[in-house]
Design a protein around this ligand. Structure first.
Ligand code: TEU
Ligand code: CA
Length: 541
């Protein structure tokens, strides 16, 4: 599996702005990450996904890039980046960088040129039109903005300051590949590709996601850049179904290693509405969606596994219980995910069981998406209370509060007031605390990661759902040759039964990991306590 090293890896995502501030300006930085590499190593991960650290006006926290070849002064220097790559490598960790090539910042020299005149050589690097249609921006409002200078509209699927690149233009594509090769030569370990499903857009036909040329572009990109380099590549694809997922990830197609699919992340919103329109999660829906993805990728292609990232609320607050069962439910959710087939991703702070926020003021939620939504919804008659409730449940900023290192002021993230407010629970939930408690969420993650390295069945074993109709317990098996694991997770705080009788004797059942010290082995009548999660191993004789 040497070429498939990424199948055995676990990835840790860092949001640099909120990780650790080394120079006391309230903003996390590369030196801060370098200082904490031993901490990351202790967890046992193999890859760091580093969110954008390039030159950027920071309208969308770095997802608006004005120079792909420079490190933003906020985060440090190119020397720091080189050091980070080198020091990570020394610890057996690769750096996967964020590739944001659906759009640039409006301050990127290409766009500055492009907007100068209709016959500028860079005009066609972006998408201009005389007549806007009704395509909308993911950050609210129209996807078209009028530009006085040349009296045309340009396309932006995100903020006005994030104009969309025109992938139809071969010169633009070559320029992107050149930039990617620059980073490959620097020694990075891979690319996470921001909203890559949008690059095949055909705005005239109102095609946003999954455009007809999308896969041609990815094949071309693969060939001209990372193809021979054996890197990890992950595409962010909000609109992927399993069928579409295969187009990206089937080995013979030479596109990407895996994608982030978001079907499971849309289960707690009202159908057809926006994620701000809340709905309770139905566990059976979750089983159906995750099982569909597991089953569809049992032969070819590969899954990513994640609950969290910098755009999603904290999973323990979302589908766990961030009050009296915070640690138990965080461990349960970790077990459920890490038992599955695919490459697991952990988002900074998830390994501590960090929670959502409950700040009272909208001013404490700087994210442009949230700010826009707040204004839109107020204008269309929602009450402040309703809007704040959605924010507390779903805002991206829930994941973006500073990492909680210890119980000192500002959670040890910075010596001054951080760019974003620290979660109020940092005295209880922090790294220092987690590392002195052998039962912490951290050590549960560490153990799950270690198990993946020990048990090949966790990488290769087939997935099989157990007891589909059980509305409270999510149980599944992993099967490889004559080996078998059974993963059982009580998703709720009330005790629950699982009926599983395959006649295995208690003495033939081992427990690989559990979030209780004394989990039962009587599988024919299993009574699970609140959020109890166990991985059983059957010793076949
Ligand atoms: O996210 C894509 C994206 O569509 C999300 O912003 C999504 O709309 C939202 O989180 C949930 O509805 C990527 C990046 O991960 C995000 O941080 C950027 O803001 C966005 O692209 C633009 O680059
Ligand atoms: Ca700093």
């Amino acid at each position: 599996m040497k070429n498939d090293w990424w199948k055995q890896s676990v990835v840790y995502q860092i949001y640099p702005k909120s990780f650790l501030d080394s120079n006391h300006d309230g903003i996390g930085d590369l030196k801060g990450i370098i200082q904490k590499l031993d901490y990351i190593k202790l967890l046992g991960v193999d890859v760091i996904w580093l969110c954008p650290v390039y030159e950027s006006p920071q309208v969308d926290n770095g997802y608006d890039i004005s120079d792909y070849y420079q490190i933003s002064k906020l985060y440090g220097s190119m020397d720091d980046m080189d050091t980070l790559i080198k020091e990570s490598k020394a610890r057996g960790i690769k750096i996967m960088v964020d590739l944001v090539v659906n759009h640039t910042s409006d301050q990127h020299p290409w766009f500055i040129e492009s907007r100068k005149s209709k016959d500028n050589p860079y005009r066609d690097y972006y998408i201009w039109s005389d007549q806007p249609n009704d395509l909308t921006s993911n950050f609210g409002g129209s996807a078209w903005s009028y530009d006085e200078k040349t009296k045309q509209y340009y396309l932006h699927f995100y903020s006005e300051q994030q104009p969309d690149l025109n992938w139809e233009n071969p010169d633009m594509r070559r320029a992107i590949y050149k930039m990617m090769n620059f980073w490959i030569e620097k020694g990075i370990g891979g690319f996470r590709m921001d909203v890559i499903d949008l690059i095949g857009k055909e705005p005239d036909k109102k095609i946003k996601e999954n455009g007809p040329k999308l896969h041609d572009y990815l094949k071309e990109m693969n060939e001209y850049t990372f193809g021979p380099a054996n890197l990890i590549t992950v595409g962010e694809t909000w609109g992927a179904t399993p069928e579409i997922g295969h187009l990206y990830t089937d080995a013979g197609r030479k596109e990407l290693n895996m994608v982030f699919q978001f079907e499971h992340m849309n289960l707690d919103k009202q159908p057809g509405k926006h994620r701000w329109d809340l709905k309770k999660l139905d566990l059976i829906d979750l089983k159906d969606v995750l099982s569909k993805w597991q089953d569809s990728f049992s032969e070819d292609g590969w899954n990513s596994l994640f609950w969290n990232n910098h755009d999603l609320p904290r999973i323990v607050s979302r589908w766990g219980n961030d009050r009296e069962y915070r640690e138990l439910s965080a461990k349960m959710l970790a077990t459920l995910l890490h038992g599955m087939k695919g490459t697991p991703f952990i988002y900074q702070g998830e390994e501590l069981g960090m929670t959502n926020t409950n700040f009272e003021s909208i001013d404490d939620y700087p994210d442009i998406e949230t700010q826009n939504m707040y204004k839109d919804r107020l204008a269309t008659g929602f009450s402040k209370e309703e809007i704040m409730q959605s924010i507390h449940m779903k805002a991206r900023d829930n994941a973006r509060t500073p990492m909680q290192w210890n119980s000192s002021e500002n959670a040890g993230f910075s010596t001054i007031q951080p760019w974003m407010k620290v979660n109020t629970n940092y005295r209880k939930v922090n790294v220092e605390q987690s590392l002195v408690d052998p039962d912490s969420v951290f050590f549960h993650y560490q153990k799950l990661i270690a198990l993946r390295k020990e048990k090949d069945i966790l990488i290769k074993g087939r997935y099989e759902l157990v007891d589909h109709d059980n509305t409270q317990v999510y149980a599944y098996k992993r099967i490889m040759d004559d080996q078998e694991l059974l993963i059982v997770c009580n998703f709720y705080e009330t005790p629950a039964d699982l009926h599983y009788s395959e006649g295995t004797k208690e003495e033939d059942i081992g427990i690989l990991i559990s979030n209780y010290p004394d989990s039962p082995r009587a599988l024919d009548h299993l009574l699970l306590r609140p959020y109890e999660a166990v991985v059983y191993e059957f010793n076949k004789r």
